[in-house]
Write a protein that binds this ligand. Structure first.
Ligand code: ZN
Length: 188
């Protein structure tokens, strides 16, 4: 787990089949500069079968892409939900999440994003957050998260507001990240 960064898991030990599955999953995740990544998602009001199917699809994509989190805006759906996997726990779905408390203590760490490939930038996040949300049945949930899961949740919440890691990093890191992204675009 040492090389996990923000939304990404370390992919150093993947075999070629897993890498192929990862590429396929990434091709179904919106990539910068897709405009959906800049939009604010709407509150979920209907807790129905299609919401459940969306959450299942997002969870499968997150796992195949070797991510630890994925927000609906990253699959082009403007609804406020994200999936995440804290350490080796079961993947979880949070609907209409909001931070109700966050620690003053912050930490600066390298963060990556499934929508910004080959970019790692330092991002400052609260070490601890308390989140209130709903589950897929519309029931209230309250979670207290620390360290990496807290970082992932803050990253995913940003996605639901159209905010990306390049908005939250240093000027130097942003310049470098933009150069990396531009180089990828001109190759594509
Ligand atoms: Zn991301």
């Amino acid at each position: 787990m040492a090389d996990d960064a923000g939304e990404l898991r370390d992919t150093g030990d993947l075999d070629s089949e897993a890498l192929a599955r990862r590429r396929l999953a990434l091709s179904q995740i919106r990539q910068y500069p897709d405009p959906a990544l800049r939009m604010r998602a709407n509150e979920v009001e209907q807790f129905d079968e299609s919401l459940r199917q969306l959450a299942e699809r997002m969870t499968a994509l997150m796992i195949d892409a070797y991510g630890v989190g994925l927000a609906a805006t990253q699959v082009g759906v403007l609804q406020r939900l994200f999936v995440f996997q804290a350490e080796d726990d079961e993947p979880r779905v949070l609907v209409n999440p909001r931070i109700v408390q966050q620690s003053d203590e912050v930490e600066m760490e390298e963060e990556g994003c499934l929508s910004l490939q080959r970019v790692l930038v330092p991002v400052e996040r609260s070490v601890q957050v308390t989140i209130e949300a709903q589950d897929l049945d519309g029931d209230d949930v309250r979670l207290q998260l620390d360290e990496l899961p807290a970082r992932v949740a803050q990253h995913e919440l940003d996605h639901l507001d159209g905010v990306l890691i390049v908005d939250r990093t240093t000027d130097d890191a942003r310049r470098e990240a933009m150069a990396t992204l531009r180089a990828q675009l001109s190759l594509a």
